[in-house]
Design a protein around this ligand. Structure first.
Ligand code: ZN
Length: 70
């Protein structure tokens, strides 16, 4: 019984992490840096930027923006 509760606790704690990965970020395909959608640099970037999930941005090797943290 204890084991089941432990597994459930892990699942509940893991959910916010999974949700964070599916958030939309603005990926600069030229510099391979991703931004929070509210970042000032995301607003300035129109040419080389696309909206992707945070997970996809990380998978494609992009790094988080130093200003907004990605
Ligand atoms: Zn940024």
């Amino acid at each position: 019984m204890r084991k089941i509760l432990f597994v459930l606790l892990l699942l509940i704690m893991g959910l916010p992490v999974l949700a964070a990965d599916s958030t939309i970020v603005v990926l600069n395909t030229n510099r391979m840096i991703y931004h929070n959608v509210n970042c000032q640099w995301a607003h300035k970037c129109t040419k080389n930027c696309i909206n992707v999930t945070k997970q996809k941005a990380i998978e494609s090797g992009a790094r988080p923006c130093k200003v907004c943290g990605g």
